[in-house]
Design a protein around this ligand. Structure first.
Ligand code: NAP
Length: 481
């Protein structure tokens, strides 16, 4: 117990294990509201979790598709049924608005149900050998024990889109969610436990990445690591996995361009940018952070976007009229505010971006638009990860495309245009994993691949049937007929 509250424990080998140490989970909309106390694992707990997963692996790998389907389907069904209650928890711990949080919970449920189906569809190839009298079979097998490390900004969807395929293809899992948002990961752990997930198949270890991350990634019992988070942490994990020759999948940051051409539908372009840049408080890896606008539409676009941005209602994530929730914590807020100052020092004209003091003590910030910026400014090179977007004025399509591609990242890219030629050429030539035409850069489906290029991603894609590339290994068998 902590201050009269039960400590929410780690799940290791089928047992809930509250450690002595625990952390409060604080509501960023109202820092007086403590959502709960969550156990903090140590290196010993990580070791126990990996051993539990290793012990469970042979039986789970052999369990067959029906058992895996039924478990994932039951979890998906319950996530969908409890979307409002779990969405409230999500909004309370992460700060996105209730509709956004319920949408994310629904997405997590859909992902579990999709991979319940995929568990029944693990396919291989039967081929003729080039040598007469020999059969060749290519089959997929589970990888083993997989470490999953997830960020705070999609605290239920990202764990879901890693856990569900990992289990569907017969792997065992140790999940380390972000320390800021353990509540949603804990709900998934509860549901897996409740619906009969065998002991050790899924393990949850909560606590700081600086303590647990390396212990998990470099543990000899881990076969593969799937990570979503910042480029800096991703690089460290890649280095460790490279040395240990461990399969790794990294989804990292973005500096996503949204091109607005003179021939765009102005209202649609403004809405796409408003959504892409500021919704979910701009805390999306696919957020539109560089708005690359052709000179003819520039002034009208900036005037309208600025006006609509200033009208967005910032407030408590659970209030029905809130459109933009708080920033996730003080550290991220300080970082965002420092970028607003940096924008000024880099000669941008700044609209909004100020710290807001509302009726509750929360991490509130007005959305910010940086005008008259150049692509070489630091505000246009570094991921801010807050409700901030820059406008870069360009002459024509070629300049827009060149600037869109002039970044170390390559996650999502968008164009608003009425021209089929520009849309098609942009889709072909932009260096990004996902391309949006007349749509916000954020907002994706769950049954198709998700991921980027360049510094945004490393390794096989996530989601859809492409997830099998990471969560399975291929075996080629030859047999004398
Ligand atoms: P982060 O600081 O890199 O943290 C991500 C996860 O890594 C957290 O669970 C963190 O634990 C853990 N971690 C920290 N240090 C570690 C270490 N040395 N070894 C192993 N794990 C460690 O990122 P974040 O601030 O949570 O998330 C924001 C970033 O995620 C942004 O860059 C965003 O673009 C990116 N993101 C990318 C995608 C995508 O699909 N491309 C999706 C969402 C977010 P603690 O938090 O407990 O310290």
């Amino acid at each position: 117990m902590k201050d009269g509250n039960e400590i929410q424990g780690n799940l290791i080998g089928g047992e809930w294990l509250p450690d002595g140490d625990c952390r409060p989970n604080v509501n960023p909309s109202d820092t007086r509201d403590i959502i709960g106390f969550f156990a903090c694992a140590d290196r010993t707990a990580v070791d126990q979790a990996v051993h539990a997963a290793r012990s469970a692996f042979p039986a789970w790998a052999a369990a067959g598709p029906q058992v895996r389907h039924d478990l994932l389907d039951a979890v998906g069904t319950e996530l969908l049924a409890r979307k409002e209650e779990i969405g409230r928890l999500l909004a309370r711990e992460e700060g996105k608005t209730l509709p956004e949080a319920m949408g994310e919970t629904i997405r997590a449920g859909q992902v579990f149900k999709f991979f319940a189906g995929e568990a029944l569809r693990v396919a291989g190839d039967a081929q003729q050998s080039v040598r007469p009298g020999i059969d060749v079979a290519v089959t997929r097998e589970p990888v083993g024990v997989i470490a999953l490390i997830t960020p705070w900004n999609f605290p239920i969807a990202i764990p879901a889109w890693k856990i569900a395929p990992a289990l569907a293809y017969g792997n065992c899992v140790v999940l380390k969610p972000a320390e800021l948002t353990p509540g949603c990961a804990h709900v998934i752990a509860q549901l897996l436990h409740k619906h009969g997930c065998p002991a050790g198949v899924f393990n949850l270890v909560m606590g700081p990445g600086s303590v647990l991350g390396d212990a998990l990634v470099s543990h000899p019992g881990i076969d593969a690591v799937s990570f979503t988070g910042s480029a800096a942490t991703g690089s460290r994990i890649a280095a460790t996995c490279g040395t240990l020759r461990r399969k790794v999948q990294l989804e990292m940051g973005g500096k996503n361009p949204m091109v607005v051409m003179d021939d765009a539908d102005l209202q649609n372009a403004v809405q796409a940018c408003l959504n892409g840049a500021f919704f979910s408080t701009g805390q999306r890896c696919t957020a539109s952070s560089r708005l690359i606008v052709q000179k003819g539409i520039h002034d009208a676009f900036v005037e309208r976007l600025g006006r609509e941005m200033r009208a967005l209602r910032v407030g408590d994530a659970l209030q029905p009229d809130t459109q933009i929730g708080p920033v996730v914590d003080q550290r991220q807020l300080d970082s965002n505010l420092a970028y607003v100052e940096l924008a000024r020092s880099e000669a941008a004209e700044v609209l909004g971006g100020e710290r807001l003091e509302l009726d509750k003590p929360g991490f509130y910030q007005a959305p910010a638009l940086f005008l008259n910026t150049t692509n070489d400014a630091r505000i246009n090179r570094e991921e801010i990860f807050g409700p901030c977007a820059s406008v870069i004025r360009v002459e024509d399509f070629d300049e827009a495309l060149a600037i869109a591609n002039d970044t170390e990242f390559g996650l999502s890219a968008g164009i608003c245009t009425g021209s089929l030629k520009h849309a098609s050429e942009f889709r072909r030539r932009v260096e990004a994993g996902m391309v949006m035409v007349n749509l916000p850069t954020a907002g994706v489906d769950y049954h198709v691949p998700f991921g980027g290029r360049k510094g945004s991603s490393f390794g096989p894609r996530e989601q859809g049937r492409y997830a099998a590339e990471f969560y399975t290994v291929v075996k080629t068998a030859y047999q004398l007929a």
